[in-house]
Design a binder for this molecule. Structure first.
Ligand code: PLP
Ligand code: ZN
Length: 442
């Protein structure tokens, strides 16, 4: 088979392509977003049946990259970043996360079937690993082959992007700079890049302010940009869609619900499900629900207004700190995903998302606040009948709740301002006396 290839091209369709090893983040003609274009004619020489068999075989294998653990991303490398050689791949064995059937939660909330794609059970505790393994591997390859010279890889982050970039950068031995909004990320998320030796710059602004600074640094050629404006991230993240289909026996659910901030992940789901259909592995696309926190809801506002473009807002404080974004970089990509997947946008208040987390946790999940936003939005769509009683719904869980311990504790100690906590379960202090303890067992 001819070797598959991929390159950058303008998302809006301007002429020209650029090698993936180029440091380019916007179309030189229209200044719009870029996307990765795959040579589908080459990929189509392999039939849908053959791809399914190959991907299933690799899922079961112990390694897909010489000397590295199995990876959900690199087991689909022809579709992701086909030209990166084994020895340039930087992987921690990301992906292949469980698709957990949340039966008790489904019964409680009235879903026919509710599955949770557990993207947080991965190396740095969020789905950001999926995109970062691709981006850092491409940079590693480009630097080794002399196509690129980079002083540092940099990102603006609400916490999880910087954790992933710092880990993969450290694994590759590449310098990393992260820009965080001061005081707005959890302790766990702040510690991760510190521990990996990244240069952590805490700026007195919000995420959107950090994004503006890092974009300008990249434009000036001072750093290589690792935010999801860079479509290499989306190539890795689209494997979430491929994995969901694969885990359902190469079928798709009726709905996929994703908590969204900068909107790269929503675009990635569309890219993945579309590619699976075009290459004959599946026959349809699921419907998409973009789930936003009501405190940071520019996409929801555009959807309700029937607008084609998103008007930036100043995002307010929310428990779902990783999606506190007022000016989503991938908004045009998400608009296309909504159109292509007959999608909707829903929002969840602080009380709704906290309640969703607490209920989910009571059924054995451990939901981070972003997953709480997605569950709460799915619940609202189910209650309004937009999601039908027998439909199969996949909620994408984007991070491990272990990153949000302070928040969980605040809920259970009923210390969240303006958030009712009916499921609070605070510890009971007792003397070490058998009779007193015996009276407190239930
Ligand atoms: C980054 C992130 C999101 C938002 O993803 P986008 O692609 O920016 O929409 C959601 N949840 C968590 C936990 C994240 O880290
Ligand atoms: Zn263009």
């Amino acid at each position: 088979m001819a070797h598959p290839t991929a390159s950058f091209r303008c998302f809006q369709g301007c002429a020209g392509t650029f090698p993936l090893t180029t440091a380019i983040y916007r179309c030189p003609t229209c200044d719009g977003l870029l996307e990765v274009a795959h040579d589908l004619d080459v990929l189509k020489k392999t039939s849908g049946d053959e791809w399914r068999a190959l991907f299933d075989e690799r899922w079961a294998a112990t390694s897909n990259v010489k000397g590295a653990p199995t990876s959900g991303v690199w087991s689909k490398r022809e579709w992701v970043a086909p030209e990166v050689p084994d020895d340039a791949v930087v992987t921690t064995g990301e992906g292949m996360t469980p698709l957990y059937p949340a039966r008790r939660l489904a019964a409680e909330l009235g879903f026919g079937e509710l599955l949770v794609k557990q993207c947080g059970t991965t190396h740095t505790g969020s789905f950001k690993d999926l995109g970062m393994t691709v981006l850092v591997s491409v940079v590693n390859h480009a630097m080794r082959s002399g196509a690129l010279s980079v002083r540092a890889i940099a990102c603006a982050s609400t916490g999880d992007t910087s954790a992933a970039l710092a880990a993969y950068g450290a694994a590759a031995g590449l310098p990393v700079v992260v820009l965080l909004p001061r005081g707005m990320v959890s302790v766990a998320q702040l510690v991760q890049p510190l521990a990996h030796g990244a240069k952590v710059l805490a700026l007195e602004t919000d995420f959107d302010g950090c994004m503006a600074v890092v974009s300008e640094l990249a434009k000036r050629g001072l750093v290589y940009l690792a935010n999801s404006m860079n479509p290499l991230r989306i190539e890795g993240q689209k494997t979430v869609a491929l994995e969901i289909a694969q885990q359902l026996g190469w079928d798709v659910p009726e709905w996929v619900v994703i908590p969204s901030g900068n909107m790269g992940n929503a675009a990635a789901l569309f890219a993945g499900f579309t590619m699976a259909k075009e290459l004959g592995l599946t026959t349809k696309l699921p419907r998409l629900c973009i789930a936003q926190a009501a405190k940071a809801n520019p996409m929801y506002r555009a959807f309700i207004a029937g607008a084609e473009e998103v008007t930036p807002i100043v995002a307010e404080q929310t428990q779902a700190s990783a999606i506190r974004i007022g000016n989503p970089v991938s908004a045009p990509r998400a608009m296309r995903a909504l159109r292509g997947m007959n999608g909707v946008v829903e929002e969840a208040t602080e009380s709704e998302l906290a309640d969703a987390c607490a209920r989910a946790d009571r059924t054995g999940l451990y939901a981070d606040p972003h997953t709480g936003v997605a569950i709460a939005c799915a619940r609202k769509l189910r209650e309004r009948g937009v999601i039908g009683a027998t439909e199969r719904v996949v909620v994408v869980s984007t991070a491990s709740a272990l990153k949000f311990t302070e928040l969980k504790l605040a809920y259970h100690e009923s210390k969240l301002p303006d958030v009712p906590t009916p499921l609070a379960n605070a510890p009971v202090d007792l003397p070490p006396d058998v009779d007193i303890v015996a009276k407190n067992l239930a």
